[in-house]
Design a protein around this ligand. Structure first.
Ligand code: IPD
Ligand code: CA
Ligand code: CA
Length: 267
């Protein structure tokens, strides 16, 4: 059974509460998607509502903790040692298109260290959780990164830059794809970084890399991968993957091989 700390329990309850209207919205979006008005406003209000519910619920249970949320930015708490890092809907483009691949992502930091993590896809009811030092779980099943050691069998995930993306290095992305594609079994771009990391933790993907990410995209996923015995770094091989914007996650055998490939492609 998963070890669930009181704080993680609070995070799970908050995520389930915030997820309920999202499941209803998904049905509604299928209708809005084909209307002329389009669903963009609807989605941005769903984003804000989800973050508001999460902050309300978490604050009720843990008054004083601070927040870093995609919609609200930094909210200073009285308790300077704890901070929740929240992405209310990771995978907004999927959500907007009625594609059931998006997640609520919540990481909890204590003294600047990630200690609890949750990535929840309301559409599939998959709840990925991790507790520092106690492993990572999907629902109640213990997770471990894939065991594959050579690139040939690797299924890798990444994220492509897009219109309006701040880190619009399309040429570099193309160079990285050109390096990774011919030597691996395949690449996926599913559109939710938090779930990409959760899938690495679950051994579904062998590796995940991306540039231009924000702390709320990766906070929970970093702990999930680490607690599933995986290795996570930035794309220089350093430890700046939470704030630095780039990330590579894989098992210990594949991580150096992927890093070498991706670094060489950027030159
Ligand atoms: C996005 C997703 C996507 C990644 C983007 C993120 P959002 O988050 O994680 O997979 O490629 O860079 O911004 O906007 O859907 O919360
Ligand atoms: Ca996101
Ligand atoms: Ca988001």
């Amino acid at each position: 059974m998963a070890y669930i700390s009181p704080a993680l329990n609070v995070m799970m309850a908050a995520a389930r509460k915030a997820a309920r209207p999202l499941v209803r919205d998904l049905g509604e979006l299928e209708n809005l998607q084909v209307s002329m008005k389009g669903p963009a406003d609807f989605v941005s209000s769903a984003d804000k509502r989800t973050e508001r519910i999460l902050i309300e619920e978490l604050t009720r249970a843990r008054p004083g903790y601070g927040f870093l949320g995609e919609e609200s930015g930094t909210i200073e708490g009285k308790d300077k040692t704890h901070r929740f890092i929240i992405d209310p809907i990771d995978g907004t483009t999927n959500f907007l298109h009625g594609i059931p691949h998006f997640a609520i992502s919540i990481g909890l930091e204590r003294e600047g260290q990630l200690v609890s993590a949750l990535v929840y896809n309301p559409a599939t009811d998959e709840m990925f959780v991790a507790e520092k030092g106690h492993g990572a779980y999907l629902n109640s099943k213990r997770l471990r990164v894939a065991a594959r050691k050579t690139l040939a069998g690797v299924l890798a995930a990444t994220g492509f830059p897009f219109l309006g993306d701040e880190d619009k290095d399309f040429a570099r992305m193309q160079a990285e794809l050109a390096a990774v594609m011919p030597v691996t079994s395949g690449i996926r771009r599913m559109g939710a970084a938090s779930l990409d990391l959760a899938y690495v933790a679950a051994g579904r993907y062998d590796a995940f890399w991306e540039r231009g990410l924000a702390p709320w995209d990766v906070a929970a996923g970093i702990l999930l991968v680490k607690e599933a015995q995986g290795v996570v770094s930035d794309l220089n091989g350093g430890p700046d993957m939470l704030e630095g914007g780039t990330i590579l996650a894989a098992n210990d055998a594949l991580h150096p091989q992927m890093l070498k490939l991706i670094k060489a492609a950027g030159k």
